[in-house]
Ligand binder design. Sequence first.
Ligand SMILES: *Cc1c(COP(=O)(O)O)cnc(C)c1O
Length: 358
Amino acid sequence: MIPISKTIIGEEEKRAVLEVLDSGMLAQGPKVAALEAAFAQTVRTKHAVATSSGTTALHVALLANGIGPGDEVITSPFTFIASVNSILYVGARPVFCDIDETTFNIDVRQLAKLITPRTKAIMPVHVYGQACDMDEIMAIARDRGLAVVEDAAQAIGTSYRGKSAGSFGTGCFSLYATKNIMSGEGGMITTDDDKIAELARTLRHHGMRRRYYHDVLGFNFRMTDLCAAIGIVQLGRLADITQRRRKNAAYLSEHIRTVRVPRSAPRGEHAWHQYTVRIEGGAARRDAAVANLTERGIGCGVFYPVPAHKQTHIRELGLGDMSLPVAERLSDEVFSLPVHPSLEQTDLETIVREVNAL
Ligand SMILES: *Cc1c(COP(=O)(O)O)cnc(C)c1O
């Protein structure tokens, strides 16, 4: 079986964890600080604030941008549910912008018409590791005075016009086990804004600026040094991992004939968190292709079979009838093939052969 994802865990990760265990200091400490410094350098932001997950990074980033009850946040329906849940956690209302069918990212031509007097933020999701059209999004945000919280959970290593994803607004990354680099569980908030960084640090640690004096309602969203130690080693592998993913994606796109291969927009560099193809004819046809390939030893994933606005708990919010035809259609057409850095040439050839036999 060629798995859809495979985590690289080398001797360096093992040694790093043992070192933390030997130190006896397992919770947030010097390793978290070191990971934050290295992460800020990688994304090229002034600050990086580690959290316990990508989800808590999004939650804290929204709060640190002053988003709360009554506010509207425009985001993508074509995402992992954490993007939308974080908006609900702060009491705000998600407003969905349909996507562009070639990039799978929000269609910026539709953004302006979704803005109301209650709109406070845009949350672009750099889905699959490809950057959204940030020039356009930042221009609209500046014009309307909106915050931008980037869901860059799938986009470490992604760039747009030479700038890293997550460095335009407030960036939110995930270091979950199957992301391009990982720390087991973990998240990171990146920003150039001193106030947002300071508030994010305070919120992740029970609103505590001075020991046992609590200024705001905060949380325990801290990362552990055990996780950070893994993350530091993984960050050192980022350039190599990203380059391999790009090479694998290029090979697949060059040789696959039977399904529609993904295009990477010319403005940025894709990190290929997922290599997502499309097969037309509805979900049943897609599901049959996935079952067929799985049987032939190709691990596939469907990210995601149900768009956010069709999920049960979102429907129950009664946000009204939403027509998001592109997101709905693509949810029935997409499936992802292995593109991870551990693939050998023979694996790539097997994937191409089986996909071309569909
Ligand atoms: C993984 C992911 C998240 C959440 O990250 P966790 O670390 O799993 O909490 C949020 N948004 C997107 C798009 C993701 O892929």
